[in-house]
Design a protein around this ligand. Structure first.
Ligand SMILES: N[C@@H](CCC(=O)N[C@@H](CS)C(=O)NCC(=O)O)C(=O)O
Length: 306
C-alpha cells in the first residue's frame, strides 16, 4: 500500500479541509481514526509529538498541517489542480485568513454555545490547547463572536455575488475549501448558524457544490497497520538543506520544530530537509521505525536542540 493515509476524526474541520482536497482530486485513500483528545499514542509514535488533526502519511513520510498537505497532495497528484487559473500563491495565502480570522470566531461560538453539553475531558483538553480562546468569556461573548463570524461569511458571499460557481471563478480549487470549512463547521455545530447566515443568498448553493467534491474513495485502516507500514517503508530521499537558509542549520543537526500558534508540542529530530516552504526531520520510533516528519515553514519555529 503506497497511497495516502489520513489520520483524522470525522468531526474535525481541518480534517474536512484535507478530505475535500482528496475528494477534489478523486483519490483513493486510507483512513485512520484518531482520538479527539489527548493522549494519542499511535499518532504521536508517527509524528514525534505533533498532536493536531489531520496528519497525512505516505509510507514512512509524515506530513503535518493542512498548509503542507495541500502542497504535498498537489505534488504527488497534480491533476486536477488545487490551484486553477494560476492562483497558487493566492490560494495558499488564503489559509491565513481562513484558519484564523474566519475560523477562530466560529470555533469560539461553537464552544460558547455547546460548552454545557460537552464532556469535561473535551473542555479541559481544548482549554489547554486553544490559547486564543478566553474560555471564561465565551458564553457572554456569543453576540460579539457572531458579528465576527458573519463579517467573514459576508466576504465569501460578496465574492460569489456575480454568479460565479466557485470562489475564484469557473473552476474549483483550494480557495473554495479554505472559504468553505468554517461554514461546514458552523452548520454542523452552531445552533444559530442558519439564522446567522440566512441573509447570504449565494452561500448555500455554493456550499452544495463544494460538498459535491466528496471525499474520494475512503478505506478504513487500523493505526497498527499504518505504523507497521511506516516501519516497513523507506522515507523519500531528502530534497536537501538550503545552505543559504537564514537559520544556518546543517543537514543532520539536532533540531526541534514547534508550531508557533497553539498546540505547541515540540518535535525533535535530525534535520533532513530545509527549504523555503518545508522543514523535515528524521526520527526513529520503536513502533513506527525511521520516519521523516514534514512541516510547512510558515507558522513553525525551527531551533537547534538545546
Ligand atoms: N494549522 C493546523 C491546524 C489544525 C488544527 O488546529 N486542528 C484541530 C482540529 S480541527 C486540532 O488539532 N484540534 C485538537 C486535536 O485534534 O487534538 C492545520 O492547518 O492542519
Amino acid at each position: 500500500m503506497t497511497g495516502p493515509i489520513l489520520h483524522h476524526f470525522d468531526l474535525s474541520p481541518f480534517a474536512e479541509k484535507a478530505r475535500l482536497m482528496l475528494g477534489l482530486k478523486a483519490l483513493s485513500w486510507h483512513s485512520v481514526e484518531i482520538p479527539i483528545v489527548m493522549p494519542k499514542p499511535d499518532l504521536v509514535a508517527l509524528t514525534g509529538g505533533y498532536r493536531k488533526t489531520p496528519v497525512l502519511q505516505v509510507g514512512a513520510d509524515v506530513y503535518c498541517d493542512t498548509r503542507l498537505l495541500a502542497l504535498e497532495l498537489e505534488r504527488r497528484f497534480p491533476a486536477p489542480t488545487l490551484f486553477p487559473g494560476g492562483n497558487r500563491g493566492l490560494s495558499l495565502a488564503l489559509a491565513a485568513w481562513s484558519d484564523r480570522s474566519f475560523f477562530d470566531p466560529g470555533a469560539g461560538l461553537s464552544m460558547g454555545l455547546n460548552k454545557a453539553g460537552l464532556p469535561k475531558v473535551v473542555i479541559d483538553d481544548r482549554k489547554a490547547f486553544f490559547n486564543f480562546m478566553d474560555f471564561d468569556r465565551l458564553e457572554s461573548d456569543v453576540p460579539h463572536l457572531g458579528t465576527q463570524f458573519r463579517a467573514h461569511a459576508e466576504l465569501v458571499n460578496d465574492q460569489l455575488s456575480d454568479g460565479r460557481p466557485y470562489f475564484l471563478g469557473a473552476e474549483p480549487g483550494l480557495a473554495d475549501i479554505h472559504a468553505y470549512f468554517p461554514l461546514w463547521m458552523a452548520r454542523a455545530n452552531i445552533p444559530t448558524a442558519d439564522e446567522l447566515l440566512g441573509v447570504y443568498e449565494h452561500l448555500a448553493p455554493w456550499e452544495a457544490r463544494i460538498r459535491g467534491f466528496g471525499h474520494g474513495e475512503r478505506h478504513a485502516l487500523g493505526a497498527d497497520e499504518a505504523l507497521s507500514l511506516a516501519s516497513r517503508s523507506r522515507p523519500e530521499p531528502s530534497t536537501g538543506v538550503d545552505a543559504r537558509d537564514p537559520l544556518g542549520l546543517a543537514a543532520g543537526a539536532a533540531v526541534v520544530v514547534t508550531p508557533d500558534d497553539y498546540g505547541r508540542v515540540p518535535v525533535e529530530g535530525e534535520l533532513y530537509a530545509l527549504n523555503r516552504h518545508e522543514v523535515a526531520v528524521r526520527r526513529t520510533d520503536p513502533r513506527a521505525g525511521t520516519v521523516v516528519v514534514h512541516f510547512p515553514r510558515a507558522g513553525y519555529r525551527v531551533d537547534p536542540r538545546a
